[in-house]
Design a protein around this ligand. Structure first.
Ligand code: PMP
Length: 462
């Protein structure tokens, strides 16, 4: 009988997990999903208690940059926990949090030099949005409160970060603060009308923002929030020039630009932050989390431009608290993990490595389009999505086709799992965001499995 390292029978783990762990994004009414039990992990691989090996296609949740099981990371965490396990971030300074704040300020674009530490991505976005409103209150523009966000965007699961998240399915049975937000339609070039050029599509999408601001009244709009690439909405890469032009629109209307780099920062696109080197913008606020610690411990940050801070602070200003914070803001052990993560990424030249293996990753990804059930394969850097659809016709009713369509990602996932690859699709979209240490051979191994799985599902449904 196999047991885990703590001696618990895997059947008991499965049972207690099904009965008592209310998982995030869990579906009500489905009693127990019988998830694979993650037992150990090393490099890009996860192992279950039986020792079966799986490539981690989504890289945890887009966050395991340096790979699993790094001993020096465990040691850095242990050392920090022994010497200073915690301090109040309000009352004290400490070496790990100060050194990390300086590092992030150096890495972040332009004059973004004030680092507000949070517990993860949602709380980083929440803090960025609250800062945007706070900033306007201090400037005497307290009517500037609205946020502009985008369909298919995802920014988190606090009330405010969920409010600006634009995935319809996520909203159906949960409430959000609708009066605070306006959504722009999908920016995905894949859905542009037939015959329209990508340039015209870009014009239209920039115009969407301008129209939304003008219709709401610029005097009422606080900020535009955007992921450089909409990650969990299906790895949507906006058309070239979109970021720079939307930033210009924001500047014209005194609207802050918040770039949510929770997925794109820390090497996913071959740079520490993607905003400036990849998309040619210096936003007003950047949020990050995930790859900051490679998932070894939770940590996020919201990094704010000096220009904004200068505008609302200084000797002749009334002293006003930014009354927002967390017990674990700048947690020393999490900051020590982030510093070790960055040190490893620097020492192993991981940014350069990502740029080197990206052509292979993107070529293998885009080659999936040859399947009839693949509608689109898209991505950038080491992130990609294969969007699947059951084609129309073939003597099947439209209702049957739609039913199959909903299930198609799960079918591919099940076949991949049998062959040692974790996919975990978003309905009909299989997303890939592997650890950045992945080699070209491992990229081949991953896509070889995916291809075999898609071919088998295609044979079943066509
Ligand atoms: N922003 C983006 C772009 C994300 O992808 C996510 C997480 N998927 C979040 C924010 C929320 O981060 P967290 O889950 O760490 O709260």
């Amino acid at each position: 009988k196999k047991t885990t390292s703590n001696g618990t029978d895997p059947r008991a783990i499965r049972q207690w997990d099904n009965e008592h762990f209310f998982h995030p994004w869990d579906s009500m009414g489905v009693a127990g999903m019988d998830r694979v039990i993650a037992h150990e992990a090393k490099g890009i691989y996860l192992y279950d208690p039986q020792g079966r090996r799986y490539i981690d296609g989504p890289g945890g949740m887009w966050n395991v940059q340096i790979g699993y099981g790094r001993e020096e990371m465990a040691q850095a965490i242990a050392r920090q926990a022994m010497s200073l396990s915690y301090h109040s971030p309000w009352a004290f300074a400490s070496e790990p949090s100060a050194v990390l704040a300086k590092k992030l300020a150096d890495m972040a674009p332009g004059d973004l030099n004030s680092v507000f530490f949070t517990t993860g991505g949602s709380s980083a976005v929440d803090s960025a949005l609250r800062f945007a409103q706070f900033y306007n209150n201090l400037r005497g523009k307290s009517q500037k409160k609205l946020f502009i966000a985008r369909e298919k965007g995802y920014h988190g699961s606090t009330y405010l970060s969920a409010t600006v998240s634009g995935k319809e399915r996520d909203k159906s049975f949960l409430d959000t603060e609708k009066r605070l937000v306006r959504f722009l339609p999908n920016v995905n070039p894949y859905v542009r009308p037939e015959g329209m050029s990508v340039e015209d599509w870009c014009d239209l999408k920039v115009q969407d923002l301008e129209t939304a601001i003008v219709e709401a009244g610029p005097e009422n709009v606080a900020a535009f929030i955007a992921e450089p690439i909409l990650a969990s909405g299906g790895v949507i890469v906006p058309p070239p020039g979109y970021h720079r032009r939307t930033l210009e629109v924001c500047r014209r209307h005194d609207v802050l630009y918040i770039s949510d780099e929770v997925v794109t920062a820390f090497g996913r696109l071959g740079h520490w932050f993607a905003s400036e080197p990849v998309f040619d913008i210096v936003p007003d606020i950047v949020t990050c989390a995930k790859g900051l610690t490679s998932g070894y411990l939770p940590l996020g940050a919201c990094i704010i431009s000096d220009r904004l801070i200068d505008e609302v602070s200084g000797p002749d200003r009334e002293s006003v608290l930014f009354s927002n914070g967390y017990t674990y803001s700048g947690h020393p052990v999490c900051c020590a993990a982030a510093l070790k993560n960055i040190e490893i990424m620097e020492r192993e030249n991981l940014l350069e490595h990502v740029r080197q293996v990206t052509p292979k990753f993107q070529a293998r990804l885009k080659a999936q389009s040859r399947f009839e059930i693949v509608g689109d394969a898209r991505g950038m850097g080491l992130v990609g999505c294969v969007e699947c659809h059951v084609p129309e016709g073939r003597g099947r009713s439209e209702a049957d086709r739609l039913e199959l369509d909903k299930d198609i990602g799960a079918r591919i996932d099940a076949k991949c799992e049998e062959m040692g690859l974790i996919v975990r699709p978003l309905i009909n979209m299989c997303v890939f965001s592997p650890p950045l240490i992945i080699t070209e051979d491992e990229i081949d191994e991953m896509f070889d499995i995916l291809e075999r799985a898609i071919a088998r599902v295609e044979a079943e449904v066509l």
